[in-house]
Write a protein of this length. Structure first.
Length: 450
């Protein structure tokens, strides 16, 4: 049975998706840069963090014990590094291809049928029971081996980068990823134990006929189990498809993230700031496009993106789009361009925007930050604040915000083009600082390693 969340997941898969622009080479390089993460010296910087796994211990990340798979990957990456072009993708892009359960079953049945008895057995009964046992054993293995491969190659959620972990939860629903993997493993175990049991029964047959019957019975039993529980494999296939299609965020490239309430003008500003045409990208849980642009500056490439708007409400009430914004800010090393619309045009009042702003500022104040008041063509020129004698500090702050936004905010208009030159130069400064931050973090990590 599918849980409610799983069926939602299915509905989401059926949403006709806008063409995803995900595999462009621009997005394929890079890695997660986490403060306090240790990285493997053998891997080049842009690969290593994505292939490393982390465990949270007292709030800091440490690499998980390297599994066989990680070692394999390290070797693989080393080989790849020899080539000049390193294709880097996130954990989701490394997910194995999953075969539909019917394909696994039919291919296993076909292969098992072709298995012949050991040569040189003259006795018919002995030969048939040998054939039956071998065919059942082969069928069991053909069914179990792909499943074991999936179990080994789908990453444990707790070792994923926290951003990817959030994406899994937002996309598939809390706990569904683990649940599907658990079911696939349960199916594998059942196939192995039932397969072995029937193979050994068959090996004990006393006549040709009995051996044939036991072979048929065992085959039928395994087939039934697979038909009944193979849905877990198909669920896993869909999960892999969904996750693989997820936008890849390049973490080595400094990213400017536009934040603010809905309709304040974030996407309009991404378009202005981008050199070239920004791309619309989707996360599987939304059909709403997220703009992803690039800024070229001094031979350096930067990313600029809008996040879905944040509303004034408690975290428990936030929808997935708002949660995505918070996940981006929490887990990715982005510089923030916070957009304020004081014109009253966006649908969120300046007072509400002020409340959201204060909260976000408090939570993510450690990010590099720039405040922008948008749509200034709709605002009166040179704002004047009237402050009455009895105003308290909070009142004064709000009054000031309603007129001019947070202190230091620059006023811009996409329409009249006011402030855009200053905005661009400030953004460039911000991104240059972000680049230095990333570099110094990288150096710190290298120091830790040596
Ligand atoms: N008058 C005016 N309207 C703007 C300006 N910037 C954006 N808008 C309008 O505000 C609305 C929301 O803009 P959008 O960029 O989609 O906002 P987002 O939801 O924050 O991404 C659109 O109708 C834009 O045309 C501006 O500078 N002046
Ligand atoms: Mg937008």
């Amino acid at each position: 049975m599918m849980s409610g969340a799983t069926s939602n997941m299915y509905q989401l898969w059926q949403v006709p998706s806008t063409k995803l622009l995900l595999r462009s080479s621009k997005f394929s390089k890079g890695s997660y840069l986490l403060p306090g993460t240790e990285v493997y010296p053998t891997l080049c910087f842009c690969k290593r963090i994505q292939t490393a796994t982390y465990e949270i211990v007292d709030g800091s990340y440490i690499p998980a014990t390297q599994s066989k798979q990680n070692n394999k990957e390290a070797v693989h990456n080393k080989e790849e590094n020899k080539a000049s072009e390193v294709e880097t993708v996130g954990a989701f892009q490394k997910l194995p291809m999953v075969m539909p359960s019917v394909d696994i079953l039919y291919s296993a049945l076909r292969k098992a049928k072709r298995v012949t008895p050991t040569k040189g057995i003259a006795n018919i009964a002995k030969r048939e029971r040998n054939r039956g046992a071998k065919q059942l054993d082969a069928l069991m293995k053909e069914l179990a081996v792909p499943l074991r491969g999936y179990m080994e190659n789908f990453p444990n959620k707790k070792y994923l980068h926290p951003y990817e972990r959030s994406l899994i939860e937002l996309t598939l629903g809390d706990g569904n990823y683990e649940e599907v993997l658990r079911k696939v493993d349960a199916l594998r175990k059942k196939v192995v134990s039932v397969g072995k049991e029937h193979a050994s029964l068959c090996a004990k047959s006393l006549s040709k006929r009995e051996a044939e019957e036991r072979l048929n019975e065992g085959t039928k039993n395994l087939e039934e189990i697979f038909n009944r529980e193979g849905k877990a494999v198909d669920d896993l296939l869909n999960i892999a498809k969904t996750l693989r299609a997820m936008p890849v965020v390049d973490l080595e490239t400094p990213t400017l993230c536009l934040v603010g309430a809905p309709n304040v003008g974030k996407s309009s500003l991404v378009r202005i700031l981008s050199t070239g045409k920004p791309e619309v990208r989707n996360y599987p849980f939304t059909t709403r496009g997220i703009l992803m642009g690039h800024i070229a500056l001094n031979y350096q490439n930067f990313q600029v993106t809008d996040t879905p708007g944040i509303l004034k409400r408690h975290d428990e009430d936030r929808n997935n789009l708002e949660k995505l914004t918070l996940a981006v800010l929490s887990h990715l090393p982005t510089a923030i361009l916070y957009v304020h619309d004081l014109s009253g045009e966006c649908g969120t009042s300046p007072s509400d925007q002020f409340v959201i702003y204060k909260e976000i500022r408090e939570r993510f104040g450690d990010h590099l930050w720039l405040d922008v008041v948008s749509k200034c063509d709709l605002l009166k020129e040179s704002p004047v604040i009237f402050v009455t004698e009895d105003s308290d500090a909070d009142h004064l702050e709000l009054a000031r915000y309603r007129k001019m936004g947070p202190s230091g905010a620059i006023r811009v208009s996409v329409k009249s083009e006011a402030g855009l030159i200053e905005l661009k130069s400030r953004v460039h400064e911000l991104l240059a600082s972000q680049m230095s931050r990333i570099k110094s973090l990288k150096n710190e990590e290298n120091l830790v390693l040596t």
